[in-house]
Design a protein around this ligand. Structure first.
Ligand SMILES: *Cc1c(COP(=O)(O)O)cnc(C)c1O
Length: 472
């Protein structure tokens, strides 16, 4: 065997052994990461190595130096932010992606990858019940999916105003504005900033008590100002999984000639569940949609997806003609649809996840995680001085921990809530993140990991009960 092959296999074998230990330890190892910043810097740092090292030593050192520096996101007891796990076939596919090391920019540079993206994109459009002829792009995450879709929106809205933004740029272009809700995710603001939309071009509408955009407010905003608009709606926010009323809002916006973009980072996957799809009725009438495969579909980071109804606008906003790139007339070249040039072959892990779960498996995953979220919130709310600020209607819930002392105000309850969350996380039994909801601090309960089971739910509730004692 050639030396180069031998050393690669040796390093991979070690990586496999370390990965096995990591996975086998998920149920027992603390879910938190308690290696301090100083410790991690000291272990990983030092001078730039002057001399080569054996690949196996490097792998071992990496594992040793990062010990206790990884959160147990892959565990079934990780409920912070919205972070999925990795399905077995998707994780394995991701390893193979690194091994094959294809440049997934073009069909010419990665033939199988180009085809797998074609198939996986079509499967996803079908699963999420979006227009089957919509174009799509696999990006690093929902953030870049927003960027991609909103670039298409910008292109189309300016083209309608007689302005070719590719040719003439943004300086001196006709006005286009953005209308969105107060509860939007920050990644919308970043995507807009990248695309030249400032706060002055963004109108933020208030939301109702359920976190949904108010139809009368949108109607008024559209009627008051004839500037062409991009309306950004939400399919599940991070705190309470609020869905905008698509069936009402999209026709309103479309009647005014607006482009409608939907942030469905995780919420779009509720479309796959018969029990949970009702709030998404009418979402298919939008113009573009952004979602993540690394959240509810449980594909490893980093994989987001953009869908665009107007294929021509999408392609025009992204494509590039360079003399040396061998584009194909027949095959689908990802570079025509994504903001990246060289890129990882993301389609394989998505294809694997969809193949492993099938339509029924995705539905079961969505339903199961929603039930677990409800169980955690409902059981925790039975404990003394625990308030459910939001009982999950989908997979997201909010708990608040009250200070039992008489006369305790909201600020005191806020502090108590922070202390209880810190105590749960320090226990290593479960991991949650804090958030603010209507001016009050809360613990967010988010369940999207395929691995979470009833035993994890029990352990999480028991950890909360103990933290209530410890955090006095
Ligand atoms: C996670 C999330 C995003 C950002 O997605 P990334 O994959 O982190 O880029 C956007 N919107 C919502 C609602 C999210 O939950």
């Amino acid at each position: 065997m050639k030396h180069a092959v031998r050393t690669s296999l040796d390093a991979l074998q070690l990586a496999h052994a370390h990965a096995a230990r990591w996975l086998e330890g998920l149920d027992d190892r603390p879910v938190n990461a308690d290696a301090s910043l100083t410790t991690l810097r000291a272990r990983l740092g030092g001078e730039l190595p002057a001399r080569p090292s054996d690949a196996r030593d490097v792998v071992n050192e990496l594992v040793r130096a990062t010990d206790r520096g990884h959160l147990g996101c892959a565990s079934g007891r990780f409920f912070a932010w919205v972070i999925g796990g990795a399905l077995p076939s998707a994780l394995a596919a991701d390893w193979l992606v690194s091994t094959w090391d294809q440049n997934a920019a073009l069909h010419a540079t990665a033939p199988a990858s180009a085809v797998v993206e074609e198939i996986a994109g079509a499967w996803l459009a079908e699963l999420l019940d979006l227009p089957r002829d919509a174009s799509f792009a696999f990006t690093t995450g929902c953030q870049l999916a927003h960027f991609t879709a909103l670039a298409a929106a910008r292109h189309a809205m300016l083209a309608k105003a007689g302005w070719d933004v590719r040719e003439r740029g943004l300086f001196g272009a006709p006005a286009v504005r953005v209308i969105t809700g107060a509860q939007r995710h920050g990644s919308i603001d970043r995507a807009l900033a990248f695309l030249g939309f400032g706060r002055a071009q963004t109108l933020t509408l208030p939301v109702d008590d359920d976190g949904r955009m108010i139809a009368a407010a949108l109607e008024e905003a559209l009627a008051k100002d004839a500037t062409p608009a991009i309306v950004v709606l939400g399919a599940a926010d991070l705190n309470v999984a609020a869905f905008d009323d698509f069936a009402t809002l999209i026709p309103l916006a479309k009647a005014a000639g607006a482009w409608v973009h939907v942030d469905g980072a995780f919420g779009l996957f509720a479309r796959a569940s018969r029990a949970h799809r009702a709030p998404l009725t009418g979402v298919e009438r939008g113009d573009s949609w952004a979602t993540d495969a690394h959240k509810w579909l449980n594909v490893p980071f980093d994989t987001g997806v953009a869908f665009v109804r107007d294929r021509a606008a999408h392609r025009a906003a992204m494509t590039i003609a360079a003399s040396y790139i061998a584009t194909s007339d027949d095959a689908r070249d990802p570079i025509d649809w994504t903001p990246e040039w060289s890129r990882r072959a993301r389609g394989f892990a998505i294809w694997a996840a969809l193949r492993e779960l099938g339509r029924e498996g995705v539905e079961a995953l969505v339903d199961r995680t929603c039930a677990h979220a409800r169980a955690i919130v409902e059981r925790a709310a039975e404990l003394p001085n625990v308030e459910a600020l939001h009982r999950p209607t989908l997979n997201q819930g909010l708990l608040r921990f009250l200070d039992p002392r008489p006369g305790a105000g909201e600020g005191v309850h806020d502090a108590r809530t922070e202390r209880v969350i810190a105590a749960v996380n320090a226990s290593g039994e479960a991991f949650f993140s804090p958030t603010s909801w209507r001016g009050r601090r809360a613990m967010r309960v988010s369940v999207v990991n395929w691995r979470t089971d009833e035993r994890d739910v029990e352990r999480a509730v028991a950890a909360i009960a103990r933290a209530l004692e410890d955090a006095r």
